[in-house]
Ligand binder design. Structure first.
Ligand SMILES: Cc1ncc(COP(=O)(O)O)c(C=O)c1O
Length: 374
């Protein structure tokens, strides 16, 4: 298996804890255990025995995840170590050498690298900036064919923050249905909508469907490493079998904390914290973008703590990001990591003061760049 580097993850894991200002994250500022649990539950956590929990996640956690997907039950859910592992086991189970995988781009590039490593061909379908990062139904229809094993979509989308319309979701289901393809819908940003309207899931729209998600983004709990796949019960069982060969079970503490986070009262409190952060911080970012006039283009993100900015300066995105890191100790993500030079992804989920400080440092470099092309 020949594996290409997953550039964004490698850059983030190398630098995110070493720079002064990390604006590369796509979720909201992570919570502490103290913020999450009251004193009684914290004391219970201390008494948690560090066993191997059931390797597809405890029954209670799987039932809580199922509850978020109407009609699903615990046996439809496989808990994984992060959405990343959830995507991994799904692709590993479904994709064979010679298959085609239709990938809606831009996207979190895990599946791009992974399905190629599995010997499949990626057939890209690009969201269009000029239509507010809309999906082109014609392009999708042409991309999906008899060799398509899987259509993979990230909704809400990373990096654009776009959300599929009802019509777009239907197009995807119809295209998959015409050829018996599977759909893998990564919905990890669901619950992090700026307007508080939870994104409609693809769950329930089609039988050959796997929905992945987790607690890292909308819940601000990336360090728990809790994700999941929801799918047909038989398939969930097969994905569980894959876990036996890799990480076995979720961490006992993580499973427990995830059960707490998905309790309706706590879940509502966590998601309202997320909405508050998005509502307070987005205007800071937006004003900063507006001050730069025509040098930036921005389709306002609808979900996720990320803004995907097109820029007019004649400089490569990786070079620009490297300069920002080296000269100002601020980390953002270059469009190159999404196969799209000329873009930058800036995370705005941090503390507002921290966001402002990071943006000021970006200004210090932008002010010295050659003038944008007219
Ligand atoms: C779309 C998407 N899926 C999965 C992941 C990985 O998430 P997790 O931390 O839950 O493994 C990310 C992280 O950025 C992501 O953007």
């Amino acid at each position: 298996m020949k594996l290409e580097p997953f550039e964004m993850e490698r850059m983030q894991s190398t630098w995110e804890n070493r720079v002064a200002h990390n604006l590369s994250e796509s979720g909201v500022h992570p919570m502490t255990v103290e913020e999450l649990l009251g004193p009684e539950e914290r004391a219970e956590l201390m008494r948690e025995r560090l066993v191997y929990v059931q390797s597809n996640g405890t029954e209670e956690l799987r039932a809580a995840v199922a509850h978020l997907h109407p009609g699903a039950r615990a046996e439809n859910v496989t808990v994984a170590n992060g959405t990343a592992e959830a995507n991994f086991i799904a692709a590993w189970r479904l994709v064979e050498p010679g298959d085609e995988v239709v990938l809606v781009l831009p996207n979190y590039m895990q599946l791009w690298g992974l399905v190629r490593a599995l010997g499949a061909t990626v057939v890209p379908v690009r969201l269009r900036e000029e239509t507010g990062w809309g999906l082109d139904a014609g392009e999708l229809g042409r991309a999906v064919g008899s060799r398509t094993r899987l259509i993979a979509v990230c909704n809400p989308n990373n990096p654009t923050g776009a959300i599929l319309s009802d019509a777009e979701r239907k197009e995807i289901v119809a295209a998959a249905g015409r050829h018996g393809a599977w759909i893998l819908a990564d919905e990890v940003y669901r619950g992090a909508e700026r307007d508080g309207q939870e994104t409609a899931s693809l769950w329930g729209a089609y039988d050959r469907l796997l929905v992945t998600g987790g607690l890292s983004k909308a819940y601000g709990l990336p360090g728990l490493r809790v994700g999941w796949v929801v799918g047909p019960a038989g398939m969930a069982g097969e994905l569980w079998a894959r876990k036996d060969y890799i990480t076995i079970s979720p961490g006992a503490l993580s499973d427990r904390l995830a059960r707490a986070a998905l309790r309706p009262d706590l879940r509502a409190r966590i998601l309202s914290r997320t909405r508050r952060i998005l509502a307070e911080n987005y205007p800071v970012l937006e004003r900063w973008v507006q001050r730069r006039g025509d040098s930036f283009r921005l389709v306002p993100p609808r979900a996720g703590a990320i803004a995907y900015l097109g820029y007019a300066w004649p400089v490569n995105s990786t070079e620009l990001v490297t300069r920002l890191r080296e000269e100002q100790s601020v980390l953002i993500v270059p469009g190159d990591h999404f196969g799209m030079d000329g873009f930058l992804r800036i995370g705005f989920g941090n503390e507002p003061g921290e966001l402002r400080a990071g943006l000021e440092r970006i200004d210090a470099v932008l002010d010295r760049l050659p003038a944008p092309a007219a």
